[in-house]
Ligand binder design. Structure first.
Ligand SMILES: Nc1ncnc2c1ncn2[C@@H]1O[C@H](COP(=O)(O)OP(=O)(O)OP(=O)(O)O)[C@@H](O)[C@H]1O
Ligand SMILES: [Mg+2]
Length: 219
């Protein structure tokens, strides 16, 4: 069996979409037949509560890191025994010890970025941190994922600015959609919303393809 891949979702700014990205990506990867596990590193326990409120059961196993961040490596190893993919949902700070530990574990780091000036500024700090880690660990792949994209000129201008980052920007952006917020309410993913989630599901499908390419997995 191939070695399980670890995907760390981090951002400096609160509300950028880390938990949304983690949960939807988990849903998409599960649909591709992979066994997915999520480790919730955020004291807010968003991912854990999300899965616990699942009416139909969540398609990934979610656990809360119940040891100090120094114990993350062993915790990931344990969880990875029964998973093909392990997703780490980080707290909203890159100074948080858990975020740094999660980055050290990552095969792929994903940074959701809302195309607004404040988000872009705070993303510069995340990028610096990732580039530092990459300097000593060449195998770490990383990308920015535009989130809450609104198809207005302003948003497109900001996406242009995002292209100034050193890290690649995924073509698979998530738009601002009710379906993403609605998924959290039902404790599920956009795949469970039928027609109301169809366009959002297409975006997540594309995201899954791009993330699998980053992990080096067969698509
Ligand atoms: N693409 C989107 N479309 C609509 N709503 C979204 C989208 N992405 C995120 N949201 C909403 O924005 C809020 C914040 O999202 P989320 O909890 O995923 O961010 P976060 O980065 O995990 O936050 P925190 O830093 O607090 O952990 C939630 O209410 C979520 O439903
Ligand atoms: Mg969160």
């Amino acid at each position: 069996m191939a070695k399980p891949r670890v995907i760390t979702v981090l951002s400096q700014k609160g509300g950028a979409g880390k938990s949304t990205l983690t949960m939807q990506l988990a849903g998409g990867l599960a649909r591709s037949g992979r066994k997915v596990a999520i480790i919730d590193l955020d004291p807010q326990e968003t991912a854990l509560r999300w899965a616990q409120s699942a009416v139909e059961g969540f398609p990934a196993q979610v656990s809360r890191l119940n040891v100090p961040p120094e114990g993350l490596h062993a915790f990931v190893k344990q969880v990875a025994r029964s998973a093909d993919m392990v997703l780490l949902d980080c707290p909203p700070s890159i100074e948080h010890a858990a975020t740094l530990a999660a980055l050290q574990e990552a095969d792929v780091a994903l940074v959701p970025v809302v195309p607004s000036p404040a988000d872009l500024w705070s993303t510069k700090g995340v990028e610096r941190l990732i580039l530092q880690v990459q300097a000593s660990r060449k195998g770490l792949k990383a990308a920015l994922v535009p989130n809450r994209v609104v198809r207005t000129n302003l948003a497109w201008d900001v996406l242009e600015v995002m292209r100034d980052f050193t890290l690649p920007v995924l073509g698979a952006a998530l738009s601002q959609r009710n379906a993403f917020a609605q998924s959290a309410v039902i404790g599920g993913t956009v795949y469970q919303l039928g027609r109301a989630g169809a366009e959002a599901a297409r975006e997540v499908d594309k995201l899954v393809m791009e993330v699998l390419k980053l992990t080096g997995e067969k698509v």
